[in-house]
Ligand binder design. Structure first.
Ligand SMILES: *[C@@H]1O[C@H](CO)[C@@H](O)[C@H](O)[C@H]1NC(C)=O
Ligand SMILES: *[C@@H]1O[C@H](CO)[C@@H](O)[C@H](O)[C@H]1NC(C)=O
Ligand SMILES: *[C@@H]1O[C@H](CO)[C@@H](O)[C@H](O)[C@H]1NC(C)=O
Ligand SMILES: CC(=O)N[C@H]1CO[C@H](CO)[C@@H](O)[C@@H]1O
Ligand SMILES: CC(=O)N[C@H]1CO[C@H](CO)[C@@H](O)[C@@H]1O
Ligand SMILES: [Ca+2]
Ligand SMILES: [Ca+2]
Length: 583
């Protein structure tokens, strides 16, 4: 029933030559491909499910929960790093790109994960961390020892000797995680660059051998059946060869803080785009060679400007790059006190900058940022999931957001393990720690929320798990989880895939958007981002004064699915969202 409807819509679309904002497709194949309308569910492996009772999540644990993803209606997942690592930055410091971290399992466990995912119709995307390896990687050890072929695998420099004989780093660049971005290496007697922790030396992408070695890594995992990669910190790949001092930002006098300089020589260099194009080509070539398999895709992580992110999609010469440059605006540009205009502006600006023929994407959370319930307040959980899941294009959900999990802000200094938090010390750790958003997934009300049978888990479980857990939300009549699931069900309808899109602020605090297509019932999402009840008139927005029928309502809503509403006077509770069908 679903596929033919899409074909009909598609056919009429192509014939009318019309173009829809958000999910515009000039090209039929892309349009019906698996990825432009998918929800990507981010799994943070360390905290998802522990299968062997050591207090640390693992691959067998993930495999055992893939059925949960499928039951929820999730068809794609991206996994934070699962590769061999000393775990200084919890897997973002890789010591062997082709091996599984032993505490997470074996290569066989990974193959079983892929097979099970395949059976359940779930695509698996891996995290690719190209900017830096671990200092425990063979390449770094060889490079430090100046072994032939590896001398220039990393960014090395003698440093500068001052008049009184003191040696200092080549420039003033600070690391993202606090402190100088340069570390003296006793063995090689040179400084090496590290944009993150000192245990994460930056690879040198000006060396073709590094590019080759990384291509090899990508092909290795593609051959294992992964659907693509999410590329970490991509805008940090290149540094200006002059290694000049960066101008000061004026934001802080602390020369060790990342905010100290304007990162004009260490971030967002034009060469980044060339690398993205190179990897896109590799993926496209692989996809072309394996037409029986799904298209292999690339998602990129960069907190960068709109113009740049738009160029990642496709540059001014029409060269395609990242399928999905992550759109973090709901994390960075709207806050608990944002009004309706801020939301509308954030949606519109992405659609305006995104080149035509691409899929929009919306990221609501990840393992680096506070959770929705903590950023916007627990009352906003359903409305934010409605926003995320009814906008056109791809949605990215961080694990636990379907339950409305809350940051565990009360973690003590002793319990804190996140490197940037440890770096800034006991007084300031709470301001930067990412541990509160990484606590174990809350499956049920048993020991450790059903995450693990261990006496102690790697991060403590949030004590609210007795009430807030999946099992409870499954049996409850209404819950965040059920709202989430209903929204995924609604996404399956053709209108959500191809419907034209428009969005408007109705009042200072309420905005609405609509997916519509001639002869189909439109879907309307209305959201009140204020802390007070709001009365709105939707008639003008809807243009035809028809009847609204509730499709999905929040946990505390007085409206029930199926209930009819008058468009001219709709009362929304504080932070309420509502998804309706226009009949
Ligand atoms: C050398 O000079 C720098 C300032 O240029 C100063 O920070 C450093 O402490 C001096 N070192 C010695 C050994 O005097
Ligand atoms: C634990 O969860 C189960 C299933 O949701 C429920 O039946 C039981 O009452 C809960 N027990 C406690 C102590 O909350
Ligand atoms: C679900 O709703 C029914 C009827 O409205 C009620 O009797 C029942 O107690 C509710 N169950 C829970 C778990 O709230
Ligand atoms: C969102 C995200 O994945 N952030 C990562 C960016 O890269 C650094 C270093 O690899 C990680 O620490 C972050 O978690
Ligand atoms: C009129 C009104 O509702 N104002 C409040 C709406 O919610 C925001 C965000 O919480 C408050 O700042 C306003 O005072
Ligand atoms: Ca384990
Ligand atoms: Ca770099």
């Amino acid at each position: 029933m679903r596929a033919p409807l899409i074909q009909i819509l598609l056919f009429s679309l192509l014939n009318s030559g019309s173009i829809m904002a958000g999910l515009v497709k000039s090209d039929t194949e892309d349009f019906i491909d698996w990825w432009p309308h998918t929800v990507f569910y981010q799994i943070y492996p360390r905290s998802f499910k522990d299968s062997n009772g050591d207090g640390i999540g693992d691959l067998k644990g993930i495999t055992s929960k893939l059925r949960y993803l499928a039951d929820t209606g999730i068809t794609a997942t991206w996994l934070s790093p699962i590769f061999q690592s000393p775990m200084i930055d919890f897997g973002y410091d890789i010591s062997d790109y082709k091996a599984i971290q032993p505490e997470y399992g074996t290569m066989q466990d990974f193959e079983e994960l892929i097979d099970t995912a395949f059976e359940l119709g779930i695509k698996v995307v891996l995290d690719f961390v190209p900017n830096h390896s671990s200092d425990q990687h063979e390449w770094f050890k060889k490079s430090a020892a100046r072994e032939p072929g590896y001398e220039d695998f990393y960014v090395w420099h003698d440093g500068i000797v001052q008049e009184n004989g003191t040696r200092v780093p080549p420039n003033n660049w600070p690391s993202v995680f606090y402190g100088s971005a340069w570390e003296w290496h006793e063995g090689r007697e040179q400084y090496y660059l590290h944009q993150f922790t000192k245990e994460q030396p930056d690879l040198n992408y000006r060396n073709p051998k590094v590019v080759q070695a990384m291509d090899d890594v990508l092909l290795f995992w593609l051959n294992k059946g992964v659907a693509g990669f999410r590329i970490d910190a991509v805008n940090h790949l290149f540094e200006d060869e002059s290694l000049k001092d960066e101008p000061l930002s004026g934001k802080t006098t602390d020369s060790l803080s990342y905010d100290y300089t304007k990162h004009i020589y260490s971030r967002d260099l034009p060469e980044v785009l060339e690398m993205i194009h190179h990897w896109r080509q590799l993926l496209d070539d692989f996809s072309a060679k394996h037409p029986e398999r799904p298209t292999r895709i690339m998602m990129t992580e960069a907190y960068a400007g709109l113009t740049q992110l738009a160029d990642y999609y496709e540059d001014s010469n029409g060269v395609r790059g990242s399928h999905l440059p992550f759109n973090f605006h709901f994390i960075t540009d709207v806050k608990g006190d944002s009004d309706a205009r801020d939301y509308v502006y954030n949606v519109e600006k992405w659609l305006i900058y995104m080149p035509r023929g691409h899929a929009a994407n919306w990221v609501m959370g990840n393992h680096d940022n506070p959770r929705v319930a903590s950023r916007f307040g627990p009352a906003s959980v359903d409305a934010m999931n409605m926003l995320l899941l009814t906008l056109p294009g791809v949605a990215v959900t961080y694990n636990g957001e379907e339950l409305g999990m809350v940051d565990y802000r009360e973690l003590s200094w002793e319990e804190t393990v996140d490197p940037p938090a440890r770096n800034v010390g006991e007084k300031l750790y709470q301001e930067v720690s990412r541990d509160p958003v990484r606590t174990p997934f809350q499956w049920n009300n048993e020991t450790n929320a059903g995450f693990s049978t261990a006496a102690k888990t790697w991060l403590p479980v949030h004590p609210n798990y007795l009430e807030l857990n999946l099992e409870a939300q499954k049996v409850a009549n209404r819950s965040h989880y059920q709202v989430y699931k209903d929204l995924l069900e609604l996404r399956k309808s053709a209108i959500m895939r191809v419907g034209r899109f428009n969005i408007e602020p109705l009042t200072r605090w309420v905005f609405a958007f609509k997916r519509s297509y001639p002869n189909f019932e439109s879907i309307i999402t209305v959201i009140n981002v204020s802390d007070k009840e709001q009365l709105v008139d939707l008639s003008e927005f809807l243009s035809q004064p028809k009847k609204l029928v509730v499709e999905v309502s929040g946990v505390d809503s007085k409206y029930q699915p199926g209930q009819s509403l008058a468009a001219s006077a709709l009362l929304l509770a504080a932070r309420e969202g509502l998804v309706c069908r226009l009949v």
